[in-house]
Design a protein around this ligand. Sequence first.
Ligand code: UD1
Length: 421
Amino acid sequence: MEIWRIRGGNPLCGSVRVQGAKNSVLPIMAASILIPCRTELINCPNVRDVRASMDILRCLGCTVEQDGDVIHIDSRTLCRSAVPDALMRRMRSSFTFLGSILARCGEAALTRPGGCELGERPIDLHLEALGALGARFEETDGRIICRADKGLRGGHIHLRYPSVGATENAMIAACAAKGETVIANAATEPEIEDLQNFLRQLGAEITGAGTSVIQIRGISPVERVGFRIMPDRIAGATLLCAAACTGGEIELRGAVKEHLAPVTHALRAMGCRLREGSSAITISAKRALHSAPLIETGPNPAFPTDAQPLLMAVALRAAGTSAFIENVFSDRFHHAEEFRRLGAEICIEGRTALVTGVRELYGATVVAADLRAGAALLLAGLSARGTTTVLDEGHIGRGYEALDIQLRSLGAELEILHEMR
Ligand code: UD1
């Protein structure tokens, strides 16, 4: 258990660099085993989910070394095709190893993945996509055994919903398939483009990522790959929202403005001043904010569900009523219930949350139910009067590298106390 103790009220000011993207490096680490080769990944965030991926790679027989923000993976020694349940449960993204192990070994044995509790998170789209490439599945005693006895063959995959994880699994597996694969209604999130860029370095012939149709025509293996992971748009959104919540002014270095457009658009509409350059975004929230425009989450290019709790933290003290509609996950308002303990006025009905800005929030003890909910509670604590304590069973460290140090460098008063259990 990590206990974050925050003394709120300081406007955050200064300059910070955004970390590498967790949601990009995880599928790329899984893809690194597609062919026997050596991979060097630069700009990797040192977060718990990345360490979980390193453990899965080692368990499969790969050699993995971490040197600062660089991860070296040697997949030539891979010798296993099964991942134990304890490793699978550590994060949702463990399931992206299904496509890559199947592609490399012709079989894979996994269990259902863990990850944030945001409502039902089925894996049917992943299985359907791989099934269209000739994979067969059996689920017994909690183990999913997947085989492609005659090898994977290219095919037409139509995703019923543009799932990020299913698109990634399909892209990776299709590289090893014979013949051409077309993925229709694919997810278009920026991390999908980063995965395509990595797969091209690995020798894959793949086009279309960033649009809803992706074509893959196989792979001409290489021996070595070097790749730089894109900046983390959700970690970037967290810092922009932290400045907005506290009436601060920050420069966010390394952020890609296009990736953050839905968030910067909403912050601007609330009264923040933003300047978006090619290498940095600056935000100033020196004047009082007003309510957000309607925030309706959805697949890219709609407002990202991961930033919904963060923007809600900004709305807590903004004048007027802000409406949030969560369309991606069925149960993603845990943070809203905790915000109420800080004095927030929120009415939840089904997938809609109405937030009416209050003049002040007051410090209290709150519980982080998932990764982004945890970050959002930190933001609310930073803008509340008095001391807020956020109890966190390790969620925040799954996705943020040294967030406490980063926030302190901007003037926040906070510390993490570790409680042994
Ligand atoms: C990824 C991100 C996560 C983000 C989410 C949506 C990573 C590691 N995680 O998660 O941070 O919140 O995209 O942008 O990149 N679904 C099905 N069947 C499936 C798969 C998904 O019904 O087989 C549903 C899910 O329950 C959910 C929706 O599709 O309601 C979106 O899920 P998906 O896009 O797959 O998200 P993840 O890849 O799990």
